[in-house]
Design a protein around this ligand. Sequence first.
Ligand SMILES: Cc1ncc(COP(=O)(O)O)c(C=O)c1O
Length: 462
Amino acid sequence: MPKTPSPNDQRMQREQGDVNTTHNRKRYWERNLAPESRKWFDEDCRYFLHQSLSTPVLNVIAGAEGACIRDQKGRSYIDMHGNGVHNAGFNHPAVVAAVRRQLDEGLTFCPRRYTNIPAIQLAKKLAEITPGGLCRSLFCPGGSEAIEMALTLSRQVTGRFKTISFWDSFHGAGFAAAGVGGEEHFHGGIGPLLPGAFHVDFPNYYRNPWGFSREEDVDAECLRQIEHVLAREPEMSAVIGEPISATPVIPSKRYWEGVRALCDRYGALLVFDEIIEGFGRTGKMFACEHYVTPDVLVLGKSLGGGLLPFAGIVTHEKYNTLPHRSIGHYTHEKNALCAAAALAEIGVIERERLAEHSARLGACTLQRLNEMKNRHPLIGHVAGLGLHIGIDLVRDPATKERAVDEAEIVMFKCLERGLSFKTIDGNVLTLRPALVITQTEMDRALDILDQTIGEVERGGSY
Ligand SMILES: Cc1ncc(COP(=O)(O)O)c(C=O)c1O
């Protein structure tokens, strides 16, 4: 069993997800681990190097399909987390078939210096479906590496090294990605990260430290911060951020237009991390389509079809100027198996019109959550775009004090009722289901949430 961290450790860990060291978590294990699962749980604890958030685990998974995961007792959970890999649903038959076909063809790994048809077709497809003339791709195994390719490209084409990114953001666990990330959890205890990584506030209209009630004022302050750094630190290579934050906070179009204009004025590249938000999550194929076209679009997670790790960047022709440098010299940069999974995933999203489904079902879900907010004082705020939704639980709607303990109880009670999601910042329930989730599944999930939040408001404990 892990040692119990200090309250401050727990606060930092909660920036990224629910913590796995609380009493409620222990209670969850006691009540829910099947004897068979207990054995594997213990072995997992025995052989993995423990780290915050991921070991000890919640439970042992036996399978996943569509919008759901299944434990070893055969209990099914609507999974509203899925780590963002499950846009086309878990194990979509078309993606599985494409991967099987590729395996049968005997072309999986592609040694560097060679190419292959699936990799070429994927780069071509991304040039077709990404907006605003983005047309040149590079691939790699994971999102953190893709972020680092975007940083390398920005440094090479600008000849500068500094960056502006956002407090509370997450861009991956590698040194450079963690350096531009804004969470202490990934900075603490490892010494200096990247030099010249400046951080500014992301526009948060519900929770801003200045007491502004008008979105325009929040935008103006956040743009002022960016311009302030740009003006004082002329060596800026890039501004990097997610178009929409993880909880989510959804900035105005005006804000990103302002950032785009500042980047252009000061000669910095705009890099959008759409590792979570790409591929239909926000109701459009790419989240930047709600806003402005970046110089570099970073993709990952669902790019691997929910089956394989794959990520990459897409950028403009004008940055294709570095044939003498390596931007991402990755062993798996043209992996045919990963490319086949990615092509199949994109095919599913297009054929099943999952971006449109995400927009429609997301709007209905928000409507119902806002109706719940009127009945539940525990719900302070609801935000979302497409199927990227957050519910901010508060102890008091006036002070907006974060209802951290209550959120954890809601989470474990919902899990026992077949609904899985993660909390961010301790008190925000984040709902990011597979985009194949049906209206019926969503209704069931919202019924569970409605019932559970009501119980916790009435003092229900776990
Ligand atoms: C927004 C965002 N960027 C980057 C990453 C890093 O991706 P990976 O875990 O594949 O390195 C993540 C992973 O959670 C993410 O959510």
